[in-house]
Design a protein around this ligand. Sequence first.
Ligand SMILES: C[S@@+](CC[C@H](N)C(=O)[O-])C[C@H]1O[C@@H](n2cnc3c(N)ncnc32)[C@H](O)[C@@H]1O
Length: 292
Amino acid sequence: MSGESTTWRVSLTVPLPVVDAFEASLEPFCVAVSRFLVEGDTRWRVEGDCVTAPDPQEIVRALSYAAAIVDLEMPEFTCFPVPGRDWLAENRRAFPPLSVGRYFIHGTHFEGRPPSGRTVIILDAGAAFGSGEHASTSGCLRAMDFLARKRRPRSVLDVGCGSGILAIAAAKTWRSRVVAVDNDPVAVRVARDNAVLNRVAERILVGLGDGYAAPAVRTRHGYDVVLSNILARPLRKMAWQLRRHLAPRGVAVLSGFIDRDWRAVLSAHEAAGLRLVGRIRCQGWSTIVVRR
Ligand SMILES: C[S@@+](CC[C@H](N)C(=O)[O-])C[C@H]1O[C@@H](n2cnc3c(N)ncnc32)[C@H](O)[C@@H]1O
């Protein structure tokens, strides 16, 4: 199949301290996101390349979300076609194989041999957030790598599963039953496809819905492990629901917030009766582990 076709580029300019947040907000739509210092300026241009024309309303929603998180007005953006790029090659460059703890993550285009002894996760990058490259995802994988040394959870919940990367990692690491939910139907489809690709579809139930209210989440016993890489504000709002869905001695891995926000996320969870057992920092993003 030829990789030559028209792609679309989303472009915006923001100050350095918030570049990470806006880059992350574009990732669900884009196969590659880059940043460049604007010449003669202190601001940075963030550019995301999409394989198909993105829905401008979805971009507005994602950018306003990021803007609210970092307390800025939503920046203006442009979205325009870029003819004749080899997007398959772009995708390969944007998604090289990646090692995080025990996990080796690679795209479907990878033709090499994974290192032995690793838990291999195969992903189709691009269609939903979660190639493993983003610091919030790799923070979760590092936390899971750490938890796997001591715990054998029987039930795992992934709230905001995106590509399904964490759910697949959980199903492969613990051979446990995993429920994965997302409020984006595209993510639900991609996560299901990726579960099949990784031969763990029989252990992962992927459902559509809003956080813990998603019908697939219902449980009488609570989950031994909850994974949620969603951003600071929704995590804080969902702290009590998380508490109610955790089994006694259950742990949660929470990510998707910049270092500046980690104490606020933690205090919402402490107020819900959970306590901190670990924190991972990576490229300005924090992941915390809390337990009942
Ligand atoms: C940052 S991505 C994380 C994807 C993947 N779990 C990872 O770690 O790379 C956040 C995902 O959460 C989903 N999401 C955001 N708010 C949600 C909510 N209230 N309920 C369910 N999913 C949500 C988004 O659609 C997106 O796919």
